[in-house]
Design a protein. Structure first.
Length: 376
C-alpha cells in the first residue's frame, strides 16, 4: 500500500486545486482504513484473533483543524476490553473524528503521532514504531558509512534532530512522547524478529540515560537539511520596530523563520537583515514581504535556495564548553564558509552552501569522534 495516501491526495488536487479540507480528509483517511482492514484480514488468516478499529469507532477525538488536526482525547474502554479478551486491535493512524463526527486527518507525521497517543492512552510500557530504518544513527549512513546506530536518545535530542532534518520521526510524535513520558523504540520493518525485545533505538527521558552517560557523550548526532532558503533585505531603516515589521507579517502568515542575522547599522542609518525560511515557504515569504515593503522600508530583497543547514545535537553540550568552536574550526579547515548561525541549549546549527553539505557532515562526524571503529 506504499504511496496510497499520496495517490489519494493527488485525486483531490485533480478534482479541485482549492478543495474543501473536510472532504479532503474523508478521501485521504481511506488509505489507512483500507490498510488496517487488510492487516486484520491477514492476521485472521494466520489464526490470530484481530479486529480493526477506525478513528471514529474508538473514538480518537481531535480538533476541527482539518488536514492538520490535533488529538484531544482517546476513549479506550472498548479497546482495552477487546485487548483483555485476547484480540489484536488494528488501529489506522493519521486520523480521528471531531465532536460533530467529521473525519479528520492529522497531517504530516500523523501515523507516528497516532501510535504514541494510543500507547499513552492505554498506558503501554513502550511504543514500537517500525519504519524503513533500523534505528537512529549518528548521521545519515548514506553520507557517512561509519555512522553508528544509537542505543538510546533523549526526547530533547530527538526533537532537535527531527526539527533540523533527521527523517526518522516527526517532531509531533516525539513531542507527544516526551509530554506523556512514553518510551519509543524505532525499528526496521525489514529485519527478521529476534529474541531480543530491544534491537532498535530507544527514545527516552534523561532519567533513563543517566547523568554520567550524558556527560561522556558530547554530541549525539549530526543532521542536515537542504530544504532551506535564505532571504536578505537590504537597507532596512535602523530604528525601533523595524524588525517587528519584518517578522510580524511572516508570523501572521504562519511562515516559520529560523536563523536571523542583523548586520551592524550603516552610516546611512540602515541595516541589512538576513534570515532563513523553509524552501517550500519561500514564495509566500517573498509575497508577504513585498506587500509590506513600504512599511518595512527595505531597498532590495534577495533570496538563495542553494543553501543547507548543518546541525550538531547532544545533551552533553550542557556540561562541555567548546562545541561551537570545534564546529567552526573543522569547517574552516576544509574551506567551508558559515553564512549564519543559530543555537539552543543542546544544538548548534550553521548555514552553508548546499554543494558542501556532504563534506561538512563527514568532517564534523569525524571532528566529534562519532565514526564507528573499523571491524577487526
Amino acid at each position: 500500500m506504499a504511496g496510497e495516501t499520496d495517490r489519494l491526495i493527488n485525486f483531490c488536487r485533480e478534482a479541485a486545486p482549492l478543495h474543501d479540507p473536510k472532504e479532503y480528509d474523508v478521501v485521504v483517511a481511506a488509505g489507512e482504513q483500507i490498510t488496517s482492514g487488510l492487516l486484520a484480514i491477514t492476521l485472521q488468516a494466520m489464526g490470530v484473533k484481530a479486529r480493526s478499529w477506525l478513528g471514529w469507532q474508538l473514538p480518537i477525538q481531535t480538533s476541527d483543524a482539518h488536514a492538520s488536526a490535533r488529538i484531544e482525547d482517546i476513549d479506550t474502554k472498548g479497546l482495552i476490553a477487546a485487548m483483555t479478551a485476547g484480540e489484536v486491535a488494528v488501529i489506522p493512524g493519521f486520523q480521528g473524528v471531531t465532536e460533530d463526527n467529521r473525519i479528520t486527518t492529522l497531517g504530516r507525521g500523523g501515523s507516528d503521532t497516532s501510535a504514541v497517543a494510543v500507547a499513552a492512552a492505554v498506558k503501554a510500557d513502550r511504543c514500537d514504531i517500525y519504519t524503513d530504518v533500523d534505528g537512529v544513527y549518528t548521521t545519515d549512513p548514506r553520507i557517512v558509512p561509519r555512522a553508528r546506530k544509537l542505543a538510546k536518545v533523549t526526547y530533547e535530542e530527538m526533537l532537535e534532530l527531527a526539527s533540523v532534518g533527521a527523517k526518522v520521526l516527526q517532531t509531533r510524535s516525539v513531542g507527544l512522547a516526551m509530554k506523556e513520558n512514553v518510551r519509543v523504540q524505532v525499528l526496521s520493518s525489514f529485519d527478521a524478529p529476534t529474541d531480543n525485545p530491544i534491537t532498535g533505538t530507544l527514545i527516552v527521558g534523561d532519567d533513563d540515560i543517566g547523568e554520567d552517560e550524558m556527560e561522556r557523550q558530547l554530541i549525539t548526532g549530526i543532521a542536515h537539511d537542504k530544504n532551506e532558503a535564505k532571504v536578505t533585505l537590504t537597507s532596512v531603516p535602523d530604528r525601533p520596530g523595524a524588525v517587528a515589521n519584518i517578522f510580524g507579517p511572516l508570523a501572521d502568515a504562519n511562515i516559520n523563520v529560523d536563523m536571523i542575522i542583523q548586520n551592524i547599522a550603516h552610516d546611512s542609518g540602515s541595516t541589512d537583515v538576513t534570515f532563513t525560511v523553509p524552501g517550500a515557504e519561500l514564495a509566500r515569504a517573498i509575497d508577504t514581504l513585498e506587500k509590506g515593503k513600504d512599511v518595512i522600508g527595505f531597498s532590495n530583497l534577495m533570496h538563495d535556495t542553494k543553501v543547507a543547514k548543518i546541525s550538531v545535537v547532544g545533551v552533553g553540550m550542557r556540561s562541555h564548553a567548546g562545541v561551537a568552536a570545534t564546529m567552526f574550526k573543522a569547517l574552516a579547515q576544509r574551506g567551508i564558509n558559515v553564512q549564519a548561525i543559530s543555537t539552543s541549549e543542546i544544538k548548534v546549527s550553521v548555514l552553508i552552501d548546499e554543494d558542501e553539505t556532504e563534506l561538512a557532515v563527514r568532517v564534523l562526524h569525524t571532528a566529534y569522534g562519532l565514526d564507528a571503529e573499523d571491524a577487526a
